[in-house]
Design a protein around this ligand. Structure first.
Ligand SMILES: Cc1ncc(COP(=O)(O)O)c(C=O)c1O
Length: 423
């Protein structure tokens, strides 16, 4: 009897009601890219660093750390000592090398399955401790934030962040939404290199945001997936968080080492929650450990050892800091090259935002139709919101990309010219 005949004879058809889940927008881009046989196709979908040849790289700091941890026992599960080292070293990047928070043990930290896992742990904690609360997410934000908080059964609301006309920050609207949220709300903030817009508040704007959070008694949860990618300097990219710390906020912070160490496959991250004292920190940490235990027990050890070694060995850390700068600089160079190329082509549209925005992404302003044409006519792939992963732009493909963008925006350019003529 075939298996399908056997299944038909069964009383209960367990999975008949199940339909496929909607595709993840970023995975869909990758699938379309992989299915395209064109030799000069370009993938601008994935937020993963690529070198100027368009290739993924293993950082020198990772090679050096790997050599030093070679003799570790990767078959044992994580010990407390291994986890604590990762947490302590990661916390220094958030709270500062000599921070009292760390000396006094005033934070609860746990290793997490990269940035995604860290966000998920926090969402679960929020639901557990504040079941009636909601999370305020920037509009737009990394699409998975919506999924994570939805699956943790935490209510969501968005706050205004991006202004499509200026392709910059809608600061007034953002402040209004913070002001109008009920006192004591949870807000998710990207401290640097906002995904997908590449638009970060200025230092002064962060100060105002922090002051307003104080007045409103809101809780800031920072998702820091790209530390180093905005400015090339990890300390500078932590500035927003440091402002909140100086203002005396308690914060949460998700960290990822996927991008800034190029360790996507190892899934190494950290979640820390700042508390008033050590007693609270012990309690929160035990809650987080319990949540993690039901989800995956303990995280894989290899990546944790790699990251801990990079962060704790002064020579390897120095190499890493230099490599972060190199990656950020290359991305910045590509921003300048893309804008330059579009301007040289005589585009009448304003492309300043390409260089004003920071980090891995450029929120280009391209419409879904234009994105579609880029894929169909030019074999260039990006998400439908027009987000360009600048890491996929190289010296070799930048002019081709600019030319394709110039072509698909021709009607926008005509409209702008007509508009200027009639003004
Ligand atoms: C804002 C933001 N948070 C978290 C993540 C998840 O990163 P990870 O790959 O470390 O899980 C991403 C990845 O794209 C992101 O853009």
């Amino acid at each position: 009897m075939s298996t399908s005949t056997m299944a038909r004879g069964r009383a209960n058809r367990w999975w008949d009601h199940v339909t496929p889940a909607p595709k993840d927008p970023i995975n869909s881009v990758t699938e379309a890219f992989l299915a395209d046989p064109c030799p000069y196709k370009i993938n601008l979908g994935v937020g993963a660093y690529r070198d100027d040849e368009g290739k993924p790289i293993v950082l020198q700091c990772v090679r050096e750390a790997q050599a030093k941890i070679e003799s570790s026992n990767f078959l044992e599960s994580n010990s407390t000592a291994v986890s604590s080292k990762l947490v302590e070293e990661s916390a220094k990047l958030v709270y500062g090398e000599d921070s009292d928070v760390i000396k006094e043990g005033r934070f609860a930290g746990v290793p997490a399955l990269s940035g995604t896992g860290a966000c998920h742990l926090f969402a679960e904690l929020q639901r557990r401790l504040y079941p009636d609360s909601r999370i305020y997410l920037p509009d737009p934000t990394w699409s998975n934030h919506h999924n994570i908080w939805r699956d943790a059964h935490v209510a969501k609301k968005t706050f205004r962040y991006y202004h499509p006309d200026s392709k910059g920050l809608d600061f007034m609207a953002l402040m209004d939404d913070i002001k109008n949220a009920p006192d004591g709300s949870f807000f998710l903030l990207h401290p640097c290199a906002h995904n997908p817009t590449g638009v970060d508040p200025s230092y002064e704007q962060w100060k105002e945001i922090s002051s307003l959070f104080k007045v409103k008694n809101h809780f800031p949860f920072f998702d820091m997936a790209y530390q180093g990618f905005a400015s090339g300097d990890l300390e500078r990219d932590a500035r927003a968080i440091r402002i909140f710390l100086e203002d005396g906020h308690l914060i949460g912070c998700a960290q990822s080492f996927a991008k800034n160490m190029g360790l996507y496959g190892h899934r190494v991250g950290c979640l820390s929650v700042l508390c008033d004292d050590k007693t609270q920190a012990v309690a929160i940490k035990s809650q987080l450990q319990q949540i993690a235990r039901t989800m995956y027990g303990s995280p894989p050890i290899h990546g944790i050892l790699l990251v801990s070694k990079i962060l704790s060995d002064p020579d390897i850390k120095a190499t890493w800091l230099k490599e972060v700068k190199v990656m950020a600089t290359r991305v910045r160079r590509m921003r300048a090259a893309l804008r330059d190329s579009l301007e040289k082509l005589g585009s009448s549209l304003d492309w300043q935002h390409i260089t004003n925005q920071v980090g891995m992404f450029c929120f280009s302003g391209l419409t879904p139709d234009e994105v579609d044409r880029l894929a169909k006519e030019f074999h260039i792939y990006m998400t439908y919101d027009g987000r360009i992963s600048m890491a996929g732009v190289t010296t070799k493909n930048v002019d081709y990309l600019a030319n394709a963008i110039h072509e698909v925006t021709a009607s926008d350019q005509d409209a702008k010219i007509l508009c200027n003529l009639s003004a």
